[in-house]
Design a protein around this ligand. Structure first.
Ligand SMILES: Nc1nc2c(ncn2[C@@H]2O[C@H](COP(=O)(O)OP(=O)(O)OP(=O)(O)O)[C@@H](O)[C@H]2O)c(=O)[nH]1
Ligand SMILES: [Mg+2]
Length: 414
């Protein structure tokens, strides 16, 4: 797809003083097919409401644009639609913001029907905020960065058509979500706990997934290689089986449109019995990334889900696994060469059993609603009907879920 596109020469505009962020943005732009001709940094102490950057910086950009004749300026700041337009007029090249860039990469990677629907929905929601005036002052270009993907055909239609399309996509995705929920309910009734891999993009989630599940999910060295969730059954030490899922990765300032559109995928993470938060131990901005991921987890309703931090790529940190100390709750591994993986599995088994308890409870005939709730929240191992109406249930559920219910409902111990 990228190869067939016209020259995508780009200049980047990024915040100054954050090298890790700049490098990440350059790699994002490159993986969308941009040839980065130069990067300009700016500090936005007093942003100009018209163009965001002030006149001196605008002049610097003008000179760069005259030198390199870029097709686009890719900006790692949040731009209002009018700032975007004003910059385009001043520099005579297309301006793409961080959100459009990330949406564009997602559009390139989406393979499944669901993935494509989700990306299109996110693109259209983003676009609908920007339909005032459009790009009529620039030559219309199709298929460039920020203009690709399934949403492309809608770009020049008016707001009304876009919102109609958004509603249609929402309905289709509702159907997808309902099917997923059914699948989850079925899984819950089965014996297996769900363990979800989550984490920043490109940290090695799919590599770990392949190692644990003997699968062959693609794991390229580029951001957002995985979009669609995959689930496999894996064995833990002592024979216990669990389901393991691999999903889309996160990034700092993940566009809200994407979080909303990928709801059904992300719900999968929130519904897990244990989240393995995979961390690239070799990343210099590790602490910031950990915060960002755990913030998004909270945002998608997974804030209370038990979580185990897994520091990966231990093979490329100085001293390797030997250098590891501190956080003894966490696991240290190399998904690539397999070091530490056995210990990780033992930790997973330990965490899963620590979080669950078994109880036998007695419900009266009038507590049908609570009975249904217990089926949804936990695992009912056995149910007996009592002679005078009501039931006793042998129940296994997480301590957290049980205590939450017991504090609100009248659950009688049998
Ligand atoms: N050195 C080293 N490289 C690793 C390790 N694990 C993964 N990688 C590399 O990191 C890159 C990204 O790996 P993936 O498994 O695709 O990462 P991911 O988290 O699934 O990424 P996305 O799906 O794009 O979010 C690949 O080039 C892997 O070979 C590791 O333990 N050590
Ligand atoms: Mg992946």
């Amino acid at each position: 797809m990228i190869e067939n596109l016209p020259d995508q020469r780009a200049i980047l505009l990024v915040p100054s003083g954050d090298d890790a962020r700049r490098l990440e943005f350059e790699s994002l732009a490159a993986s969308a097919g941009a040839q980065v001709a130069g990067t300009v940094t700016a500090q936005l102490r007093r942003p100009d409401p018209r163009t965001l950057i002030r006149s001196g910086k605008l002049e610097e950009l003008r000179i760069r644009c005259a030198e390199f004749a870029p097709v686009l300026l890719v900006v790692d700041f949040t731009l209002s639609p009018s700032q975007e337009r004003n910059l385009e007029r001043a520099l005579n090249c297309r301006v793409v913001d961080r959100t459009s860039l990330i949406l564009d990469i997602f559009a390139l990677r989406a393979r499944s029907r669901e993935g494509k629907l989700q990306v299109e929905l996110a693109q259209l929601r983003h676009l609908s905020t920007r339909l005032v005036g459009g790009w009529t002052h620039l030559e219309r270009q199709k298929g460039g960065i920020g203009l690709r993907g399934p949403g492309e055909t809608q770009l020049e239609t008016d707001r009304r058509l876009v919102s109609q399309r958004i509603r249609r996509l929402e309905t289709q995705l509702d159907g997808v979500m309902a099917r997923r929920r059914l699948g989850r309910a079925r899984r819950k009734r089965s014996d297996s706990a769900l363990v979800s891999l989550a984490g920043y993009t490109n940290v090695g989630k799919s590599t770990l997934f392949n190692r644990l599940a003997g699968a062959t999910v693609t794991a390229h060295d580029r951001p957002f290689d995985t979009l669609d969730p995959t689930i496999r059954r894996i064995g833990l030490p002592h024979g216990q089986e669990v389901l393991l899922s691999d999903t889309v990765g996160f990034i700092r300032d993940l566009p809200h449109e994407l979080i909303a559109a990928f709801n059904s995928t992300l719900e999968e993470i929130a519904s897990a019995d244990l989240i393995l938060h995979v961390i690239d131990a070799s990343a210099s901005d590790q602490v910031e990334r950990i915060d960002e991921v755990e913030r998004v987890l909270e945002e998608i309703g997974a804030g209370d889900t038990p979580l185990l931090r897994v520091f990966n790529k231990a093979d490329i940190i100085p001293g390797g696994l030997q250098a590891v100390d501190g956080d003894c709750g966490a696991a240290w591994i190399s998904a690539l060469c397999g070091a530490g993986v056995e210990e990780l599995l033992a930790k997973v088994a330990q965490r899963l059993s620590a979080g669950r308890l078994r109880r036998t409870v007695r419900l009266s005939a009038g507590q049908g609603r609570l009975r249904a709730l217990l089926y949804r929240r936990g695992r009912v191992l056995r149910e007996r009907l009592l002679p005078g109406g009501g039931w006793t249930l042998d129940l296994e559920m997480t301590r957290r879920a049980y205590e939450k219910l017991a504090s609100r409902e009248d659950i009688g111990a049998a």
